[in-house]
Design a binder for this molecule. Structure first.
Ligand code: ASP
Length: 307
């Protein structure tokens, strides 16, 4: 069977007018590193679950994206991260929400899926579970980033809760979807959520069916964008449903949800998707979306804007 992988580093992106050649290269290199990490696992007969875990871990370790190390600041000056993972063969899923100091929340989400009888664990309880599973923790310093700090100060002084860098329409959540040689689909998403968020706000990223979904009968999806709208539109599951129950192709289903349903609701963002035949779709209704993909035997594709 064929295999393939797609990743994203968030929808929205820096406006083209503000993107410099140096910055673009940094983003492209980071996307390439994460894509290659996942692709090589698939190439060596690894599982889609391992491929997406490694790809998302790479992105979480990169300060350019709003996940793991690069997570945005909350209203209280901390970092609260959300992540989820799902496998398409058994429909098992795992997620953590509002966790602090976990280096790679995607690994904690995977531990919830594989080592607990639950699907979603939250806050201190999720951290306690992660510690028991030998998940790596980092100090606050590890998550400090001058750019994020300034972003937070600005949002705070304006009394705003922002989606990463909404002035520039930048959503930096990360995610990966993959199909392996065994026909198994998997998806994962990880985020720091919204700058200056409070009240333990949780977006779509850790919600199976909204921000992440995988089903071997249809597709694997990871979303990025304005989470509140993605939750209300049950975006990831909706794409799968349109394929399963209405017989739409992956492309038609993605178009319906991202460029029609979400647009009507006012939900900005996009998603990455791969179906059981290895078709890849990377739709978005925002200015851009950091994204990359590679199918078996093909060259990698790395894009930021519409073309
Ligand atoms: N969907 C994420 C959230 O609402 C944000 C993003 O995609 O950047 O938390």
């Amino acid at each position: 069977m064929t295999f393939g992988i797609a990743i994203h580093g968030g929808a929205g992106t820096i406006l083209r007018s503000q993107m410099t050649a140096e910055k673009e290269l940094l983003y492209r290199n980071a996307l390439q590193k994460a894509l290659d990490a996942g692709y090589h696992i698939l190439e060596r007969n690894g599982t889609s679950l391992d491929a997406i875990t490694f790809a998302v871990t790479e992105l979480e370790n990169c300060p350019l994206f709003n996940a793991g190390k690069g997570s945005v600041f909350t209203h209280d000056g901390t970092h609260e991260m959300d992540a989820s993972i799902m496998r398409g063969d058994t429909l098992e899923a795992g997620a953590v929400t509002s966790v602090k100091n976990i280096k790679n929340p995607v690994k904690a989400a995977r531990a919830v899926m594989e080592k607990s009888e639950h699907v979603i664990l939250c806050g201190p309880g999720a951290e306690e579970f992660a510690r028991q599973q030998q998940i790596v923790f980092e100090s606050e310093d590890y998550f400090y980033d001058q750019f994020r700090f300034e972003q937070w100060q600005k949002a705070k002084s304006e009394g705003k809760v922002q989606l990463d860098h909404s002035d520039e329409k930048k959503f930096g959540t990360v995610g990966a979807v993959a199909l392996d040689r065994f026909g198994n689909l998997s998806a994962a998403t990880s985020t720091g959520g919204m700058t200056n968020k409070r009240y333990n706000r949780i977006g779509d990223s850790p919600v199976p069916g909204s921000g992440t979904y995988a089903n071997n009968n249809t597709c694997a999806i990871s979303c990025t964008g304005h989470g509140e709208f993605f939750i209300r539109a049950v975006v990831a599951y909706d794409v799968s449903c349109l394929m399963e129950y209405a017989g739409l192709t992956l492309e038609a289903a993605c178009k319906r949800v991202v460029n029609d349903k979400l647009v009507k609701l006012g939900g900005e963002g996009g998603l990455i998707a791969i179906d059981r035949a290895g078709n890849i779709c990377l739709p978005f209704n925002s200015v851009g979306m950091y994204r990359a993909s590679r199918k078996e035997g093909m060259h990698r594709e790395i894009c930021i804007y519409k073309d």
